[in-house]
Design a protein around this ligand. Structure first.
Ligand code: UDP
Ligand code: MG
Length: 310
């Protein structure tokens, strides 16, 4: 019998896990000759998440759990699940039912009957999301698709069903600054996208503040594009040319009109502007440097405190 590993990252999801389990169990019954392996990754929750998962494990042996020693983030949780799962197919789902479990049937049929290695889901709209968040999300996808080598699909979710081969490829990428949406793309293979209408979270609250999303966006940008680094080179060149033209202009002006002491306001403006640009460029370089710093330290992506996976 073939097995699907369902990896669910949970951070303070005590309200949603029971609902998720019920709903998904119901949907998975429709899958014929398929064994399901749940892998709940407790990402350092401080509510009853772990107790609830253990409770489920008592009555259902297909429920496995990994519990981190602290909050390592969703990316780390997904990776831990990936490393420890054993299914012939692997999928990632959110605990809040925003990734409809009933779609899994269709996804599995596509992988089995068509020439695809991976099936991805994408939201066609962002109904129910704050407009400002949607606006910045769209802007991010526009930007990243312009400047990075790989294409990212707007509205794509981490809810992907993949074959064991794809999962093994993903496991070989051990980078610290993980951005899964890019990595799914990076590994290649044949991907089919299926669309669905956005669903709102069943209970609880979103764990992603605007600031967290902003940092995640920078992560995506720096991990998959080095174009921002070019900005400083470009501006450096531009300002050198401008300076050169100005020098010639001032020499000629001085030769013709003499040298009355004036022009310090413009000088102050120039100093301000150029040092602003310098700091901006330094900031960009700093971003890359800090990412590199974290990579070379080779710290573990996550630390497991407790698990029932042998
Ligand atoms: N999550 C996690 N670690 C974190 C933040 C979130 O494992 O540090 C999980 C969370 O429990 C949920 C999923 O990631 O299962 C998506 O989070 P959420 O629904 O809050 O994000 P949104 O759907 O609003 O983008
Ligand atoms: Mg959600």
């Amino acid at each position: 019998m073939e097995k699907i590993s369902v990896i669910v990252s949970c951070y303070n999801e005590e309200k949603t896990i029971p609902l998720f389990y019920e709903e998904s169990k119901k949907c998975f019954k429709e899958l014929k000759d398929i064994e399901i392996e749940y892998i709940f990754v407790n990402d350092g929750s401080f509510d009853k998440t772990l107790d609830i998962i253990k409770e489920l494990n008592k009555k259902d042996k297909s429920v496995k759990y990994i519990s981190f020693s602290r909050n390592f983030g969703k990316e780390a949780a997904m990776f831990a699940g990936l490393e420890l799962c054993t299914g012939d197919y692997v999928t990632f789902m959110d605990a809040d039912l925003q990734d409809p479990p009933h779609m899994l049937k269709e996804m599995l049929e596509i992988i089995k009957n068509e020439e695809y290695d991976m099936v991805g889901t994408r939201r066609v709209n962002r109904k129910g999301e704050p407009p400002i968040r949607s606006f910045f999300a769209r802007l991010f996808y526009k930007m990243i698709n312009k400047i990075s080598d790989i294409k990212m699909v707007d509205g794509a979710r981490d809810y992907m069903l993949m074959t064991r081969q794809v999962a093994e490829s993903l496991k070989t990428i051990k980078e610290y600054n993980r951005y899964s949406k890019g990595l799914f793309n990076f590994v290649g293979y044949n991907v089919k996208w299926i669309e669905y209408e956005n669903v709102e979270r069943v209970a609880g609250e979103t764990k992603w503040s605007f600031w967290k999303l902003f940092k995640y966006a920078i992560e995506g940008l720096t991990a998959f594009s080095t174009a921002p680094l070019l900005i400083s080179s470009f501006l450096g060149l531009l300002f050198t040319i401008v300076a050169f033209v100005l020098i010639i202009f001032i020499i000629i002006k001085t030769l013709i009109f003499g040298d009355p002491t004036s022009g310090w306001p413009s000088l102050a403006c120039i100093i301000f502007m150029v040092s602003g640009v310098q700091l901006f460029s330094l900031g960009i370089i700093g971003q890359y440097l800090s990412k590199t710093y974290l990579e070379v330290k080779k710290r573990p992506l996550y630390i497991i405190k407790e698990t029932n996976i042998k």
